[in-house]
Design a protein. Sequence first.
Length: 244
Amino acid sequence: MHLPQGPITYKYIEVGKTLYQAVSTRTPRFPPRVAYAMLNSLFEERQEAITVYDPFCGNGVILCTAYLLFSQKIKKLIGSDLHPVVLETARRNFQWMKEQNALEERLRAIQAYKTRDDGLKESYQKRCRSMFNHAQQIHLDVEFFQHDATRICEHLASIDGEVALITDPPYTHNDHWNPKDGLKSADFGPLEPFLQQVAEAPNVATLLICYRVDQPIRTLLETYFVATLLGATKGRTIYRCQPK
Ligand SMILES: C[S@@+](CC[C@H](N)C(=O)[O-])C[C@H]1O[C@@H](n2cnc3c(N)ncnc32)[C@H](O)[C@@H]1O
C-alpha cells in the first residue's frame, strides 16, 4: 500500500497488518476509519482535554487511534474488555509503539506473515516504524484492565473528572459475544445494562458509540440519552449520546 509522505494518519492503523490481532477470539477487525470519525467528532466540539475510555476495547483500535492522532487533547486513555486475550493484544499494540525490543518483535511477526508478497510485508513494517517514531513524541498515560462493562458504574465512580466514552460494543446476533460466558442479558447482550449505568453516571460528558448499520439501536439509545446520529461509515452508524 502506498501512503503519502507526511504525518501519521488513521490509514497506518490496521488490525492484523500493522497492529497485532487477537487469535482464537471472535473479536472482529475494527476499521480505523470509524475510530477516527468518532474521535474527530468528539474533538471538533470540545476544546478542553478529557479522559477517553473504551470499555469494550478489543484489540485497541480506538485507543491506538486516539493515542497516535489526538493525544494532545486527551488527559488519560483507558481501555477495558472482558476477554483476557484481546486485552493482552491491546496492551501489546501499545508496547511495540513505545519499546524498541517490542517493535523488533512486531517486525519479525510481520515478516512471518503467510503472504509471499514481500512488498506488502515491507510496507507494513515501514508503517510500523513510522508509528513507533511518532509515538516516541507522545507522553500520555494509557491504562488497561479486565472488566465487565455491564458493571461499568463501579469503575466510572473511580475516574477523576469528566470522561468521554468512545466504543464499539458487541453487536446483537454476532456470536463473538457468547451467552455461555455467563452474561445473561436481553437481546442487546451486555449493551443495555451498560447504557443504563452510563446514563446514570455523573461524570460521563458524552458517549460516542458505533453499531452495525443493519442493526438500528437508536430507539434503545433514546431510552437513556439524547441520541444524535452523526453518520455512517464502513458499515457502522455512529451516534453521540448525551445526558437527558
Ligand atoms: C466489537 S468488539 C470491539 C472491537 C474493538 N473495537 C477493536 O478494536 O478490536 C466488542 C468487544 O467487546 C468485548 N465484550 C463482550 N462482552 C463484554 C462485556 N460484558 N464487558 C466488556 N467487554 C465485553 C469482546 O471481548 C470484544 O472484544
